[in-house]
Ligand binder design. Structure first.
Ligand code: FAD
Length: 404
């Protein structure tokens, strides 16, 4: 600002597509950019392009509520998300870019004895896998978040909680920008306003993509388009076990610090945190019908706000300044899909539902391995597309509703 917003150096090059790349990644969100970064950094590949139909980070990466945690219930998810959480803790140093990772604690509230049993089970499962989890009494919850309505007459009485203290939030845009700059510094081409509209086939293999900037050849192609997974895979004749749904969020005007952790309620599917600018960020359930509209139904947001105000009545004094939404690809078992597709040279990273931001580093790391070697990384092996045929699903949704 001191130089009048002039003379800024672009953080990555604006390039024209080449005629051929060893690897093309479709989708310039955090996952696609992280994949490109680790392909270059870890696997030494250089002839890589990321094709983005809009602008990088303009999809769910720039629309999410920034919650980062690894407090899942099932082992394959523990392994993947915990690996990611460890990468988060060092990500600003790794990228030399401040992603503002803030491990302020991610806390689930329990509203009944049954909730508390489920939280205790989840905490036990996490600790068995070496992940930190502390079951909290009512008093401990009240001490951490004094503005919660802890009265016995509260609409949603609070019986206790489960906290992962290493969880928290990160600046979503910075994650996209940091990975983009890092990938660019290794020579990765980041091509914006370049929509993939079809695949070039030779027999049973993909050998390139058709785009709004022309045909581009590729050795391997990785789909990484979140809510558009079903659509893009459909261009290759695949029907995925995902449904695209809208997920909304909102933020209030900025205020002094009043929410100390990330507060999530499993039973309500409502979550609240405070951004570093001071705004209170709210989120809730997806609009539970298929849609590609990046605009949600007010009724759903109203429900989440009503729950949030019941939990923290002081929030009722704040003005909402913005609400927005993104298109999420809801998989049928609530877990992501990372790996091969039945089409040779075509790979898929999707099905992240409403919780893939936190996985960005792990998703990029493991997908890069798969794209570089043509085989699964041990951490993404359980998340194959094939599991929906063999029945080896990873049914996190069956363990209870999960906030972001
Ligand atoms: P995106 O960032 O969506 O990137 C995909 C890109 O692909 C887009 O930029 C899109 O333009 C591009 N694309 C699509 N089609 C094409 C095409 N044909 N050609 C070229 N490019 C194409 N997760 C959490 O872990 N914590 C949270 O707190 C959280 N909150 C959320 C709140 C909301 C409101 C939403 C919508 C999501 C939330 N999520 C959260 C989920 C998380 O945002 C996503 O899982 C994650 O960001 C997905 O990253 P991505 O890089 O795969 O997708």
């Amino acid at each position: 600002a001191l130089n009048g917003q002039k003379h800024w150096q672009p953080a990555w090059r604006d390039t024209e597509p080449k005629s051929h790349y060893d690897i093309i990644i479709i989708g310039g969100g955090g996952h696609g950019l992280a994949t490109a970064y680790y392909l270059a950094k870890v696997h030494g590949l250089r002839n890589i392009a990321v094709l983005e139909k809009g602008w990088i980070g303009g999809g769910n990466t720039g629309r999410n509520t920034t919650i980062v945690r690894s407090n899942y219930r099932l082992k394959p998810l523990h392994d993947l998300f915990e690996f990611g959480l460890k990468l988060w803790h060092n990500l600003s140093d790794e990228l030399n870019y401040n992603v503002m990772f803030s491990p302020r604690g991610a806390m689930f509230l329990g509203h009944s004895d049954a909730d508390m049993v489920k939280l205790a089970e989840r905490g036990d499962a996490m600790r068995c896998d070496g992940i930190d989890a502390d079951l909290m009494t009512r008093d401990e919850v009240a001490k951490l978040e004094p503005l919660l309505d802890m009265s016995r007459s509260a609409r949603f009485p609070i019986e206790g909680g489960l906290i992962q203290r290493r969880g928290g939030t990160a600046r979503h845009d910075a994650v996209a920008w940091g990975y983009a700059r890092g990938a660019d510094s290794f020579g990765v081409d980041i091509i914006q306003k370049c929509e993939v509209t079809g695949f070039v086939r030779e027999g049973d293999a993909v050998v390139g993509v058709e785009t709004t900037q022309g045909r581009i050849g590729a050795g391997r192609v990785g789909i990484c388009v979140a809510g558009h997974s079903g659509h893009v895979a459909g261009l290759a004749g695949l029907k995925l076990p995902v449904e695209s749904q809208t997920l909304q969020a909102m933020v209030t005007e900025g205020v002094k610090p009043m929410i100390n952790s990330v507060i999530m309620s499993q039973s309500l599917h409502c979550y609240i945190s405070q951004s570093d600018k001071g705004g209170i960020v709210f989120g809730g359930d997806p609009d539970n019908w298929p849609s590609y509209a990046q605009r949600g139904h007010p009724m759903v947001m109203e429900g989440a706000i009503a729950q949030g105000l019941a939990l923290v009545p002081a929030l009722s004094r704040l003005r909402m300044v913005r609400t927005w939404s993104g298109v999420t690809d809801m998989s049928f078992d609530g877990s992501p899909i990372i790996g091969e597709t039945p089409v040779r040279n075509l790979y898929l990273n999707g099905g992240w539902c409403y919780g893939g931001f936190k996985a960005t580093p792990a998703s990029g790391w493991t997908y890069a391995h798969t794209l570089a070697t043509g085989s699964a990384h041990p951490l993404n092996a359980p998340f194959s597309l094939e599991r929906f045929m063999t029945g080896a699903t990873i049914d996190e949704t069956g363990t209870g509703p999960m906030p972001n």
